[in-house]
Design a protein around this ligand. Structure first.
Ligand code: E4P
Length: 215
C-alpha cells in the first residue's frame, strides 16, 4: 500500500516527505481553508515538494464549472489530479476529463456502487471515506474491502485510496485489506511511528553506552 499525506499544511508535508515514505498528497477545500492561503499558491508549493500525484478539489457543482476549474488546475503542474465529488455532474466531468487524459480522484465515496460508477466513468482514483462512515455507525473498512473485491473481480485498474483515516488501526486495516493507497493525516503518521518500547530501548542503549564511556 502506497502512502499519501492528507493535508495542505506545508510544514507537515515537508516533514513527512523527508521521512521518504509518501508519494502523493491529497487536499480538500476544508484542509485548504484551514491554511488561510490562496488555493493555487498552496497547491503549486506542494507540487514543488512532493514528486507524485497531488489532488486538488473543484468547488463547482455543475459539469461545466468543474471542467473549467479542472483545466485551470492542471496548468499548475503535470502531477495535479482533479478531485471531483461523487455526483451525477461529477461523473459527467470525470468522463470528459478522462478522455482528455486528465487524472481524476472521485471523492466522498461511501458505497461500492458509487466506486464502481466512478471507475466506469474513467476515474483514476476513488476515495472511500472510512472515518466518516464509522462516525455514523457504518463499518468504513467493510466498504474498502467490498470495493477491492469488485475491482479485482472485474479487473478494474482505478486505484483505491482509503481516505478519512483517523487512527493507526485504520491505516493497518486498509493495508491488510489491500487498498492501493491510504491518505493519512500528519497526526496519524506520528502515531504510526511511535512505540514506547522504541523510546525506552533508545534510553537503555544510551545509558549503557554512557556507562562504558565513564569507565
Ligand atoms: C480525502 O481525500 C479527504 O481529504 C479526507 O481523507 C477526509 O478526511 P476527514 O473525514 O477526516 O475529514
Amino acid at each position: 500500500m502506497k502512502l499519501f499525506i492528507d493535508t495542505a499544511n506545508i510544514d507537515e508535508i515537508k516533514e513527512i516527505n523527508e521521512w521518504g515514505v509518501i508519494c502523493g498528497v491529497t487536499t480538500n477545500p476544508s484542509l485548504i481553508a484551514k491554511e488561510g492561503r490562496d488555493f493555487k499558491e498552496v497547491v503549486e508549493e506542494i507540487t514543488s515538494i512532493v514528486d507524485g500525484p497531488i489532488s486538488a478539489e473543484v468547488i463547482s457543482l455543475d459539469k461545466d464549472g468543474m471542467l473549467k476549474e479542472a483545466r485551470e488546475l492542471v496548468k499548475i503542474h503535470p502531477n495535479i489530479v482533479i478531485k471531483i465529488p461523487m455526483t451525477k455532474e461529477g461523473l459527467k466531468a470525470v468522463s470528459v476529463l478522462s478522455k482528455e487524459g486528465i487524472k481524476t480522484n472521485v471523492t466522498l465515496v461511501f458505497s461500492p456502487n458509487q466506486a464502481l460508477l466512478a471507475a466506469r466513468a474513467g476515474a483514476s482514483y476513488v476515495s472511500p471515506f472510512v472515518g466518516r462512515l464509522d462516525d455514523i455507525s457504518n463499518e468504513g473498512m467493510r466498504i474498502i474491502e467490498d470495493i477491492i473485491q469488485v475491482f479485482n473481480v472485474h479487473n478494474i485498474d482505478t486505484e483505491i485510496i482509503a481516505a478519512s483515516i483517523r487512527h493507526p488501526i485504520h491505516a493497518l486495516d486498509a493495508a491488510k485489506a489491500g487498498a492501493h493507497i491510504a491518505t493519512i493525516p500528519y497526526k496519524v503518521f506520528i502515531q504510526m511511528l511511535s512505540h514506547p518500547l522504541t523510546d525506552s530501548g533508545i534510553d537503555k542503549f544510551l545509558k549503557d553506552w554512557n556507562v562504558l564511556q565513564s569507565k
